[in-house]
Design a protein around this ligand. Sequence first.
Ligand code: TMP
Length: 212
Amino acid sequence: MTRVKRGTYIIRSGGEGTGKTSILNQLKVLHPEMVFVREPGHTTFAERIRAVLLEQQDLDLDPLVEAQLFMAVRLDLLQRVVRPALKEGKVVISDRGFPETFALQWWAGRGKKDFDAFRAWIRDLELPLPDLWILLDLDPKIGLARRSAHGQVNRIDQKPLEYHQRVREGFLEIFNKNPFPSKKIDANRPLPELIKIVDRTVTEVITSSNRE
Ligand code: TMP
């Protein structure tokens, strides 16, 4: 897998209802110089496919087909935005990333397929590995209740609780295999506290990358 040489690449992952929108909005205010992207999305092409993947409630896709689609829009975003920004030495914060494709499609959707095969796939595609992966960990029972209280429920949110429990397991599978610098944060805490922890974590990794 290709290491990012310049810039700092941070991916934020986690299940539903972890407060990520508020966290990212606050980070945008605190760090206007950083480049914020979201997956799936951000580029024109990726936003179009996002609408198909998430808003068409009757779409019934094989998890492997779904994985390929998420990966295709990711490659578009990496080529057009992320790699050029990293090359310029910028900090890129990605709201979701390839760990989602592993946890949601590969692990939860395909029936706990091993991380090693997935790792080989992302290596072949030469995906940049994050300098830091932030996992906001939360019991899906709490997360889904929060999410439906906010009224924004996409096609994937509507899957059964057991699916979301497997997603959490999938994220923890990556975390336990420790393939890149990672930080797991318990998201079951008041939002202002969570924002402070995430900001401190981001600032620490940037400071340490600058020292290298
Ligand atoms: P969000 O932007 O509102 O968090 O919604 C994105 C949804 O897409 C969320 O349900 C997670 C899902 N997703 C996947 O299933 N696979 C992926 O690879 C990515 C990036 C997201």
